[in-house]
Design a protein around this ligand. Structure first.
Ligand SMILES: Nc1nc2c(ncn2[C@@H]2O[C@H](COP(=O)(O)OP(=O)(O)OP(=O)(O)O)[C@@H](O)[C@H]2O)c(=O)[nH]1
Ligand SMILES: [Mg+2]
Length: 338
């Protein structure tokens, strides 16, 4: 796609122009080196206009109803509270043409049609680290465009919840009532970082089972999740079909925000998140630089094979690669040319 000038991206985003915002997100998602420089320019100019947006993460297993829930609560925010809403998603497992994007289009139909909503599916290429970086940057752009709330949705595959937690103020876990011991199958690490467990689809025949599941989480949650910044994690049951407890969930999020603002824990969390992001960026960039190095790239497949065959230890192979990386280059090319 044809690029705009930096100034056009910046002015468009700051004016809240959604077409330019979408193009700016495409720019930060690009892997091309020259796009990267332009993207950094745009992000730097946008940064002073970020930080005032509520950042909310939503995770849950496939089919828990996350998209349907976001449509419902997003419409509540727009229609009843006069707010604006952006929804970004992280789904490192889905290819570009994957079902979840098509699914999202139909599940968030009402929200998608709103003037004060902005929906963006996951950047599908690459590993989680890259996807997370692009989502963070997309989040900053959405904030600079003036959205009051940004929701980051992720499908429950493990690592991606940690990425979402690391960029949001509030973390909501959507679950559906299942058979047997509710806490059994749940990863402890995810519960530890959850601010609210919502048992979803509490409608029709499910109401009773949802309440049982909620009670199980209520009594178990304090074992997993020590209060962070004075916040005691909550549980609730809800339905996006009937709208039951959707406004109540929003009230809990607002209460959390008030409490975290008053105690200073909210600002502290954001500061820590920025620092963690920088560290992740350094790692990411170092690794990319390392893999781009011509002699490292040339030796890597052979060494990987040797490690697989047991002909060489992993430590030895890693040291060898580092030696190659540090050896002065004699081929006259700079690393960037490769
Ligand atoms: N009964 C009931 N069904 C619901 C509710 N919310 C969503 N569903 C249904 O659950 C199914 C999955 O909904 P989605 O919103 O696509 O779920 P998701 O968690 O976003 O799914 P992935 O993005 O694929 O992980 C759909 O068939 C919805 O109609 C609800 O509150 N009650
Ligand atoms: Mg979904």
């Amino acid at each position: 796609m044809k690029r705009l000038a930096a100034r056009q991206y910046i002015d468009g985003v700051l004016a809240g122009n959604r077409v330019v915002l979408a193009r700016a997100i495409t720019l930060v998602e690009s892997e091309l080196e020259r796009d990267r420089e332009l993207a950094c320019q745009v992000l730097d100019a946008c940064l002073p206009h970020t930080g005032r947006t509520r950042r909310i993460g939503v995770a849950g297993p496939p089919g828990a109803g996350k998209s349907t829930f976001l449509d419902r609560i997003g419409m509540h925010l727009i229609e009843e509270r006069g707010e604006s809403v952006a929804v970004l998603s992280i789904d490192p497992s889905s290819p570009v043409s994957g079902g979840s994007i098509l699914g999202d289009k139909t599940r968030m139909q009402r929200l998608a049609a709103q003037e004060r909503a902005f929906l963006r599916p996951s950047p599908a290429r690459g590993h989680l680290g890259g996807v997370a970086r692009r989502t963070r940057e997309a989040m900053l752009l959405v904030e600079a465009a003036g959205f009051e709330n940004v929701w980051i949705e992720t499908v429950g595959v493990g690592q991606s919840e940690i990425a979402v937690r690391s960029m949001t103020d509030f973390f909501l876990l959507l679950l559906i009532p299942g058979a047997g011991d509710e806490l059994q199958g749940m990863k402890r690490g995810i519960l530890e970082m959850t601010d609210l467990v919502a048992i979803h689809k509490a409608d029709g025949d499910n109401v009773g089972r949802a309440e049982l599941a909620r009670k199980a989480y209520e009594s178990g949650l304090h074992l997993f999740r020590p209060p962070a910044g004075g916040w005691l994690p909550r549980t609730i049951s809800c339905s996006s079909l009937t709208g039951e407890n959707i406004p109540a969930i929003w009230e809990i999020i607002l209460e959390h925000q008030r409490q975290q603002t008053a105690s200073g824990a909210g600002a502290e969390q954001r500061r820590r998140q920025s620092l963690d992001w920088m560290k992740a960026e350094v790692q990411e960039m170092m690794e990319a630089e390392f893999r781009r190095h011509p002699r490292v790239a040339a030796a890597l497949p052979g060494l990987e094979r040797q490690v697989l065959d047991g002909a060489c230890t992993a430590t030895h192979a890693a040291r060898r690669l580092l030696e190659l990386f540090h050896e002065p280059q004699r081929d006259g090319h700079s690393r960037k040319d490769q």
